[in-house]
Design a protein around this ligand. Sequence first.
Ligand SMILES: [Zn+2]
Length: 343
Amino acid sequence: MHNSHKDPTQEHDFIYSIEDGQSLTDNQCFLCGVALIETNRTDEHVFPQWLLRRFNLQNQKINLLNGTSLPYSKLKIPCCNSCNNEHLSRIEIEVGRAFQDGPGAVSALDRTTLFLWMGKVYYGILYRELFLPADRKDPSAGSIVSADILNTFRMHHTLMQAARGTVRWHQGQFPASIFVFRTQEPADPRDRFDYVDILHFPFLAMRIGSTAVVASLQDWGALANSVKVPGIEAAKKLSLHPQQFREVSALAAYMTTLFNRTPKHIVVSREDHVEIFTLPIAGLSGKFIFDEFSSEAYMHILAQILGMEVSEIYDGKSYRTLLQNTDGTPYTMPIGLDGQPEA
Ligand SMILES: [Zn+2]
């Protein structure tokens, strides 16, 4: 409806147009694309204020892709009044309440609500980086994230329109794999929050108080339903130590990179929305939907997410996971104990 390219003479001008929908300027709403003027312009906090307050994060910083950092409180994106105060605030209230109550409540959330909330955080960071210079001393270096990169997330942006009710997915289908884990809470509130994502893949993980959420945003349930990853299965039975959270995030992130299908969609225009029907993920190919797990490749992602060198965690043959004992059972790792499980 707020599509900036809409032609008012067109009969179905309320139908969201996938081709034109993604706004890439900071005088448009990041979500619906409407032109922002004084009367409808608001700032949407990518990381909501309830989260910043609850964990004392106002002055903490997030690292950006170019190696610089930005305070969480300045991570805001342009948003129109109705997207911000109607659609997104409804989601925010539900999600904020659930995280307050813990993993049971977060698991019980409507999964579309959780998907949209996580999807907004993920997309919001990239969107903010579209307007930040890659190098403050060199204006010709462009922005941290280019419009081309953001364009590769066009389908993600389309799915986000579900927040406004203009896009829905076919009954029984769901765009993402989302895992909810129980986590231990460190003494300092600032240490009760953690955020992980990876470049070029719609994946993110957040640890918020006693709950962690880990999501592969566009695999249409493949990671959750088509494969059993031992480390992820172990994590489901644990109350995760912060380091275990990082490890299971790395594992799910790596699995996301192994997903080898590009889902195909049929978009059907309904009266007041479009419906996305996703064709069966496996399709006609007999090949498994995840590429083969390579310890070596995984070690690079794990090291990156742990903030360590590969050589510190991997001797070329094996590494000691923090998620499982050597016999495969879940490894209980209380806070205060930062070492590896006994061999
Ligand atoms: Zn809007």
